[in-house]
Design a protein around this ligand. Structure first.
Ligand code: NAD
Length: 294
């Protein structure tokens, strides 16, 4: 039986680990939260006393942690010193490109195969096993990594070498943050000009303004019934998470000298939204802030 060590059973990791167990794999997990470990037992996940114990006989090691610092710490203190050398190491957290590359280099120097494989899709996709994975790894390791991720995935895409998965994730989310603000500004202006919101939607969704933020995730309540705007912006993708990804994109852009003026402006706008106390609202709530209602 394939043995999976899973480190980080938070909002995302809990569902992902459960799907590994559901696929018939032996899952041994660790989280700093005793409560999270207790809950995981209900889904057939076995708790370990520490990350070192969880990884010691693993075929696959998956991490789903908050940020780069956590991933670097867990790799250096527990995974690299204790996992078998032939274990496949996969980090699914969203972290900075530099940390992803550092961790991959350290792993490779010790003879491990590794990948950065951040995800698109929220907690519902994590529980439902329908996440999209963007994978940074050596070409020759991809098939095995794909097999390891399958119980948690709807799509698995090879983005390139180490760090390319994280690069794809932050570029995509920077574009998403910018486009959501663009759509929200357009609705706000339409309202001020006396244009009916539904009429504006009907026209823009069939004209050149069409984009995912408008037609799949419309920030104005009504036109797209499944969008979080119809549930008082609860659930969905938290503004704090969008801000985290925008900051990662800005950090990466600064590091390579890439011009991202709109990415910078989007970061400042989401910073304001979070500072105004809306960290947990879906990121489409930016519309209400622009309208002066948030
Ligand atoms: P979370 O804060 O709910 O979970 C993180 C878990 O890691 C916590 O349970 C925490 O106790 C645990 N942890 C922290 N340090 C640890 C350590 N040293 N050892 C063991 N466990 C440790 O976060 P989340 O929402 O599950 O997100 C995880 C990652 O996925 C983040 O990088 C996030 O950006 C990314 N992500 C989240 C979403 C989302 O919708 N929540 C979507 C896509 C990507």
């Amino acid at each position: 039986m394939t043995r999976v060590a899973f480190i980080g059973l938070g909002n995302m990791g809990s569902g992902m680990a459960a799907n590994q167990a559901k696929a018939g794999r032996e899952v041994i997990a660790f989280d700093l939260s005793a409560e999270a470990l207790e809950r995981a037992k209900e889904h057939g996940v076995k708790p370990a006393a520490g990350a070192a114990e969880a990884v010691k006989d693993a075929d696959i090691v998956i991490t789903m942690l908050p940020a780069g610092q956590h991933v670097r710490d867990v790799y250096l203190s527990a995974i690299l010193p204790n996992a078998p050398r032939d274990a496949l190491l996969i980090d699914c957290s969203t972290i900075d490109v530099d940390s992803a590359r550092t961790v991959a280099r350290d792993a490779s120097m010790q003879g491990f195969r590794s990948a950065d494989a951040p995800v698109s899709g929220g907690t519902a996709a994590a529980s439902g096993g329908t996440l999209t994975f963007m994978v940074g790894c050596r070409e020759q390791d991809f098939a095995e990594i794909e097999e390891a991720l399958k119980p948690m995935a709807k799509a698995i895409i090879h983005a390139g070498d180490s760090g390319a998965g994280q690069a794809a994730k932050i570029c995509n989310n920077m574009l998403l943050g910018i486009s959501m603000i663009g759509v929200s500004e357009a609705f706000t202006l339409a309202e001020s000009l006396g244009l009916d919101a539904q009429k504006f939607y009907d026209i823009a969704s069939k004209a050149s303004g069409q984009c995912w933020s408008l037609t799949s995730y419309c920030p104005w309540p009504g036109p797209v019934p499944t969008a979080p705007s119809n549930r008082n912006y609860e659930g969905g993708f938290a503004s704090a998470m969008m801000l985290k990804d925008l900051k990662l994109a800005q950090e990466a852009a600064d590091g390579v000298g890439a011009p991202t003026p709109l990415g910078g402006a989007a970061t400042a706008i989401y910073d304001d939204l979070v500072a105004a106390g809306h960290a947990n609202k879906d990121f489409s709530y930016v519309l209400q802030m622009l309208r002066g209602r948030g």
